[in-house]
Every structure is written in structure tokens, then in C-alpha cells.
Design a protein around this ligand. Structure first.
Ligand code: SF4
Length: 296
């Protein structure tokens, strides 16, 4: 278990425009604490952009460059190169949603990862286009109700960590604001490395997932403890380390906590459980295949 102490500095101010109980807002707070004050953010359209606020107002105590959906990684690559040319030590970090990462920004992100551009990219995954009314993204899981999949999404969730790991980038990891020490340790680890570093952070959405505004972290814990969203990291696309051993609660407990899965039949839930079990077995196999190496 990680023992990373939580940095005291608050770089994300209260009074921003997130919904009450938003897990993205909490995750952004932890990520900014981990990144520290010598950070420049690149933010595409998303709930995070709404929270950052329109000029001249900002909820963030570091510079923010709000960019187009498609250009997040390209803008970050350019900024990182410019700071390096000027001899300035600045962490460039992208804070994007799943629509901006899995869908619209993927081309620029893949290109930047192939070139091993020097930035940290954090995807806050609330599993749909939530700030425009809960339309499905390619991060929406199979079976989930959204406003554009009224019978449940008929296709699978895109596995973005595997896609990024396949680029053989130095660091890719999953995280969750319900496990802040684990999240902070991963940001710290990413900061010690160079090149393209990627974090995939699962963040329950109050209106989109149909949960109470005090339920985000409970639902997030169920995602992790049911092994539906395991916490792990991948070095150089090859070395997998599971960073939290989940209890293995039935996935039904996670699904039944959310209105977006209310229509699922017992058979559909059984299929999801089977899928989760297979995914966990695959991950354990990968973690055993190559021994974890001490991080520099
Ligand atoms: S729509 Fe969802 S992700 Fe966006 S601010 Fe509200 S709770 Fe957070």
C-alpha cells in the first residue's frame, strides 16, 4: 500500500461549477496537488473546462490553456518543447475527459505517444459526454443507458490503457479518487519519469450514472473492489503491477448502485461478471509474466 503524503497546497479553488458530489472535481483536486505549482495545464472541452472557468476567472492556481478537443496532445507537445527550449522546468499536463481522449483527441494523443512527447496526460473518465447531456462515448460500458443509447450501449468500452501501453510509453496507469494515496503515488511516479505518461482515472458522474450526490466514492470503490476497474500500472508497455488487491465483490453490487444499469437482466449481469472475471485473470497473468521492476 502506498504511503504518499498528501501535499498541503490547494491548487484547485472551491466555488467552481461542478455538480455537488462530482468525483471528477475531487480527482482534479488530488491530481493538481500531486502535480504541484510548476505546472501548465492543457484542457479540452469537458466538465473540467467548465470547472476551470471562463477567462478572466479561473478555479485553478496554475496557468491553463483551453484547447480544441482534437488538439490537446499536440498543444501539450508544443508547450513542453517550448519550455525545454527556454530552459524552464515546467510540468505540462493535459486534463481531459473520456470523449476528448477515447474519441476526439485520440489521433493527436497516439501521434504524441509514438513520438514520446514529454507530458503527463490524465483522462478523467465519467464514461460519457456528461457536460453536454450524457451522450455515449467509446468509454461508455456495454449495457449502460445514456441519452443516445436508450436501450443500453450495444458495444464494449474501449480499453484506453491497453491502447496507450501498446505505444510502449514509459508509464500508463489506472487510478480512482476513492483511493487518493494510490492516485497521488502514481502522479508522483509519473513526474519522476520523462516522455509520455498516461493516467486513466475512473470518476463516477452524479446525474449521468444516476447516483445520489453522496454516492460517488462508494460507487467508485465498488468499481475497484469488484475488479471491474482494477488499479494497476504498466511500465514501458510491458511490466504490469497491480497496486491494490481488490476484495472481489460481485459486480452486481456495483451495477445495482446506478440507475443507468437498472434495465439489465440477470443474464446481462452474468455476462458482465464473466467479462470482469476474464479481464482480471488476463491482468493477473500479465502482472506475473514479467516481474515488476523497482521504479527509479
Ligand atoms: S456532469 Fe458529472 S462529471 Fe460533470 S460536473 Fe456534473 S457530476 Fe461532475
Amino acid at each position: 500500500m502506498s504511503t504518499t503524503a498528501e501535499p498541503e497546497a490547494e491548487l484547485f479553488c472551491p466555488g467552481h461549477a461542478s455538480c455537488p458530489g462530482c468525483a471528477v472535481a475531487l480527482a482534479v483536486r488530488f491530481v493538481l496537488k500531486g502535480l504541484g505549482p510548476r505546472t501548465v495545464l492543457v484542457i479540452p472541452p469537458s466538465c473540467i473546462a467548465v470547472m476551470a472557468g471562463p477567462l478572466p476567472l479561473s478555479s485553478m492556481q496554475v496557468p491553463v490553456f483551453q484547447t480544441a478537443f482534437e488538439t490537446t496532445a499536440a498543444a501539450a507537445a508544443g508547450l513542453a518543447r517550448a519550455f525545454r527550449a527556454r530552459g524552464e522546468e515546467v510540468t505540462v499536463a493535459c486534463l481531459a475527459g473520456d470523449g476528448g481522449t477515447h474519441d476526439i483527441g485520440l489521433q493527436a494523443l497516439s501521434g504524441a505517444a509514438e513520438r514520446d512527447e514529454d507530458f503527463i496526460y490524465v483522462c478523467f473518465d465519467n464514461e460519457a459526454y456528461q457536460n453536454t447531456g450524457n451522450q455515449k462515448s467509446s468509454a461508455t460500458p456495454w449495457g449502460a443507458w445514456t441519452s443516445s443509447t436508450p436501450r443500453g450501449k450495444p458495444t464494449r468500452k474501449k480499453d484506453i490503457v491497453e491502447i496507450m501501453a501498446a505505444h510502449r510509453i514509459p508509464y500508463a496507469a489506472t487510478a480512482c479518487p476513492a483511493y487518493p494515496a494510490d492516485l497521488l503515488a502514481k502522479i508522483e511516479r509519473a513526474r519522476t519519469l520523462g516522455g509520455t505518461r498516461f493516467l486513466h482515472v475512473l470518476c463516477p458522474c452524479v446525474p449521468g450514472w444516476g447516483i445520489a450526490d453522496d454516492a460517488s466514492l462508494r460507487v467508485a470503490r465498488l468499481a475497484v473492489e469488484s475488479r471491474l476497474f482494477p488499479l494497476y500500472e504498466v511500465r514501458d508497455g510491458l511490466r504490469y503491477t497491480i497496486t491494490h488487491e481488490p476484495v472481489g465483490v460481485p459486480v452486481k453490487e456495483y451495477l445495482s448502485a446506478q440507475a443507468r444499469y437498472r434495465h439489465l437482466t440477470d443474464e446481462a449481469i452474468r455476462q458482465i461478471q464473466e467479462d470482469v472475471d476474464q479481464g482480471w485473470a488476463r491482468l493477473v497473468g500479465r502482472a506475473r509474466a514479467l516481474p515488476p521492476r523497482a521504479f527509479a
